[in-house]
Structures are given as C-alpha cells and as structure tokens.
Design a protein around this ligand. Structure first.
Ligand code: LHQ
Length: 265
C-alpha cells in the first residue's frame, strides 16, 4: 500500500495503520481525503496479511469533521445538497468500517468534532488521549449529527445523553466518554499510540475470522430480537467452529501453551 498525501498508510505485523493527514485543517474531510481513506480501508479489508486496522490523526486533532470551506453555501453555484455529500462520501465510509470483518481500532489523539466524532464512534474499539474531546459540533452550524451519529450516540449513551451532547454541542472529555461507555478507554496522551498499537497488534495476532464474526454478531444485536440473535449465533458459531484457529485454540488450551492463530479459513 503506497502512502499518499492525505492518508498515510503503514502495514506492519498484521496491522494497517491509517493516519488522517491534513493537520493544518485538523484533519477535516475534503473529498480527496475521503477517497484516500475509503481506498485504504478497502485495501486493508481484503489484504490477507492485514488482521487489524488502526485509525488515527496526524498533529493535534483526530478529525474536525467536514471541511467547511468545501461546503460553504456562499460559494455554492446553486442550492447546497449536503444529503448528496453524505450519500456519496460519508455513508459509504461508515458502512465500510462496520462491514470490515476485522477489528478497527481508533486512537483519538485530539479533538474529534462533527463527522470526525461519528467516524471515531463507528470504529470497534476507541481509545482516546485524556486531553481529547468529542464535540457534536453540528448544532453550532445549524446541522444535525450525521455519519451515523444519531444512531451511535443514542445506542451507546441513551437518549438523555445523546440529546444533551447533540443539542448543546458541549465538548465531552475522554475520561467522561469512557465512564459513560461511549469509548473503550481513556489513556494518558503520551501513551496513546503505544497503547493503541499494542491493542491492534494483539488483535492482529488473534483468531481473525472469529473476531470478525463476533463483530458482525454484536452489530446485528442492535436490531435483532433475542430469537433472531440466537439463530445468528448458532450459524456464526458453526462457521467459527470450522476454522483452523478454533482447532488451534483448543489444542493450545489442552497443551497449556499460547495459541498461534493464523487468521485463515
Ligand atoms: C477547519 C475545520 C473544519 C475547515 C478546523 N473545516 N477548517 C457532513 C456532510 C456535509 C456537510 C456538512 O457536514 C457534515 C458533517 C460535519 O462534520 S459538520 C461539522 C463540521 N465541523 C465543525 O463544525 C467543527 C469546526 N471546527 C471547530 O469547531 C474547531 O476548529 C475545533 C473545536 C474542532 C478546534 O478548535 P481549535 O482548537 O480552536 O482550532 P481552530 O478552530 O483554530 O482550527 C485550526 C485550523 O483548522 C483553523 O484554520 P486556520 O487556517 O485558521 O489555522 C480552522 O479553520 C481549521 N479547521 N476545523 N471543519
């Protein structure tokens, strides 16, 4: 995977590290960065040597959402169609992150605002530096939380907190985000990339197919009845039980040794 300007890509030891790279704009999304991120995620999705993805931002922010200069109604030729921007760029990105059957870790290294917060929260395991803030900035400019924000916030936090954040735009610090169950962990800023790298590496050494099926099942639980979920678990467990990693896991357990998973079918 070749690096490009707006998203840096490094693959090592089973982890694809993708770094949003428009630090002067706090990594706000323009169309070029969107396309670069989508392409990098898609490549990591199908690359068999990649078994976990780590997403972060260059500089002092994770991502400030949409680049507002690129969608300034005063510069638009006709009426702005933000729905089209979502349909064309953001919605495919969120769907892609959720559909990749590999763990996606997000290291929130600074502010995550607007759609930047939504992208972070679409990832599977979110770590944030203690100084990072999540800002539902949409209400400050007359918009609604998008890129799955109304869905994710409501599911992770419940209606009271989702509305509190979305209607006031008040920043939420990383510690509170973790205490509220919005993210996995808050860690010291200095340790963020080290911790996130270790987490991604340990996931990359895991039973990739089983982890991917686990992701699919947990996501399906949001809309399934218990009956439907029990059926889904039966089907996915059948699939997991056929993987070499299951045989290896059991052999390692009975042999009292660490498992050497391959992540292969
Ligand atoms: C920016 C941005 C930015 C451009 C900082 N754009 N330059 C989806 C579909 C279609 C359309 C619309 O929207 C969406 C979803 C969305 O994401 S809407 C929400 C968009 N995001 C925001 O409203 C957040 C805007 N940014 C901010 O409120 C602040 O920058 C935060 C609170 C993130 C950080 O504040 P500070 O630490 O004080 O930094 P700063 O404001 O000084 O920003 C540094 C530079 O980055 C600055 O440029 P400059 O040339 O003056 O140094 C900003 O203009 C630029 N920047 N966010 N979204």
């Amino acid at each position: 995977m070749a690096p490009n300007e707006t998203v840096l890509v490094e693959v090592a030891d089973g982890v694809a590290r993708l770094t949003l790279n428009r630090p002067d704009k706090l990594n706000a999304f323009d169309e070029t960065m969107h396309r670069a991120l989508h392409a990098a995620l898609d490549e990591a999705r199908w690359d068999e040597t990649v078994r976990a993805i780590l997403l972060t931002g260059a500089g002092r922010a994770f991502c400030a959402g949409q680049d507002l200069a690129a969608v300034d109604p005063r510069q638009a030729a006709g009426e702005p169609d933000l729905g089209e921007t979502l349909e064309k760029l953001y919605n495919p990105l969120i769907r892609l992150i959720r559909d990749i059957e590999k763990p996606v870790v997000c290291a929130v290294n600074g502010v995550a605002a607007g759609a930047g917060a939504s992208v972070a929260l679409a990832c599977d395991l979110v770590l944030a530096g203690r100084s990072a803030k999540f800002i539902q900035a949409f209400c400050r400019i007359g918009l609604i939380p998008d890129s799955g924000g109304t869905w994710t916030l409501t599911r992770l936090l419940g209606e009271a907190r989702a509305k509190g954040l979305a209607l006031t735009g008040q920043p939420l610090d990383a510690e509170t985000a973790a205490a509220w169950g919005m993210i996995w962990r808050a860690v010291d800023d200095d340790h963020l990339m080290d911790e996130a790298g270790k987490l991604a590496a340990s996931l990359a050494a895991g039973p990739t197919i089983g982890l991917g099926l686990t992701k699919r099942a947990i996501q399906a639980a949001a809309t399934n009845s218990l009956d439907a979920q029990l059926d889904l678990e039966r089907d996915l467990q059948r699939e997991a039980g056929l993987t070499p990693d299951y045989a290896e896991g059991v052999a390692a357990f009975t042999g009292k040794r660490p498992a050497a998973f391959t992540g292969r079918r």
